[in-house]
Design a protein around this ligand. Structure first.
Ligand code: ADP
Ligand code: MG
Length: 261
């Protein structure tokens, strides 16, 4: 549906009810080293189609590295990662990044180019869309995050929360089958975190397949279908949020929760 057919909520923002039709992700026994330093020791977890999996764990436990392997920003040294049953390790990185979008702590926008330019650039370069079609897809992406009115703004004119929503829109504009979020709210001022989390919860409700590395335990509890706890390059526990937060099994998860909750 086009942005013009969208219903409007009480605050005047469009409400997008369109469902995503994504793909599943399966991380299978991946290993990864930086030189002599082994940082992933056979990490496995799955994100079923339309499911949200939150990945939690101490700093340095390998969460970002695992996520970056899922988008081939790092190449795992062993194991496999499947998108809808198909190995991503033999796909071109460009194609994989069209199919699996990623959102970072830093928004990585060009600060002095318009929001629309920021969004059409990758669509033209990677998707090879014409100027007109790229514009159409970009505007559809902006509508998904409720920022249709900011197309001609520059990121420097937007709040951090709005910039992160643009970064999410830029990923969505590619029409990905799954999305990866690496601490997407960690760089935001506290009062701006909620808006980005509620956008992520909205995407989740609409059926986006999502792997979310986060420190926001409230979000993990509310929005995740499953929570994966990593420590020292391994998955130590994997289960529904109730189990992970209310009935942790391992001493390592108990210690982690005691620190963060
Ligand atoms: P997390 O996201 O859970 O904080 P990371 O995946 O960033 O953990 O890091 C896991 C380990 O890999 C850490 O010991 C970190 O220092 C190391 N590491 C991460 N990126 C690099 C890199 N580019 N080069 C060398 N070591 C790295
Ligand atoms: Mg990290």
């Amino acid at each position: 549906p086009s942005s013009t057919s969208m219903p409007i909520d009480a605050s005047g923002d469009p409400v997008n009810l369109e469902r995503f039709d994504g793909g599943s992700l399966a991380v299978q026994e991946i290993t990864m080293s930086f030189g002599p330093l082994k940082v992933l020791h056979g990490v496995s977890f799955e994100v079923a189609q339309g499911e949200v999996v939150c990945i939690i764990g101490p700093s340095g436990s390998g969460k970002s590295t695992a996520l970056r392997c899922m988008n081939r920003l790092e190449q795992p040294t062993g194991g496999d990662i499947l998108l809808d049953g198909e190995s991503t390790l033999t796909m071109s990185a460009d194609l994989l990044r069209q199919r699996v979008g990623m959102v970072f702590q830093q928004f990585n926008l060009f600060p002095h180019r318009t929001v629309l330019d920021n969004m059409t650039l990758p669509l033209r370069r990677v998707k090879k869309l014409s100027k007109e079609v790229a514009r159409e897809w970009a505007l559809a992406g902006l509508a998904q995050v409720g920022l249709s009115d900011k197309a001609t703004y520059r990121p420097v004119q937007l709040s951090g929360g709005q910039q992160q929503r643009v970064a999410i829109a830029r990923a969505l504009a590619m029409r990905p089958e799954a999305m990866l979020f690496d601490e997407a709210t960690s760089a935001l001022d506290p009062e701006l975190v909620k808006g980005v989390l509620s956008l992520m919860a909205d995407l989740a409700q609409r059926g986006m397949t999502m792997a979310v590395v986060t420190h926001e335990m409230g979000f993990a509890r509310r929005a995740a279908h499953r929570v994966v706890f990593m420590d020292q390059g391994q998955v130590v526990e994997d289960g529904p949020p109730d189990q992970i937060f209310d009935d942790p099994q391992s001493p390592r998860l108990k210690a982690f929760l005691a620190e963060v909750l």
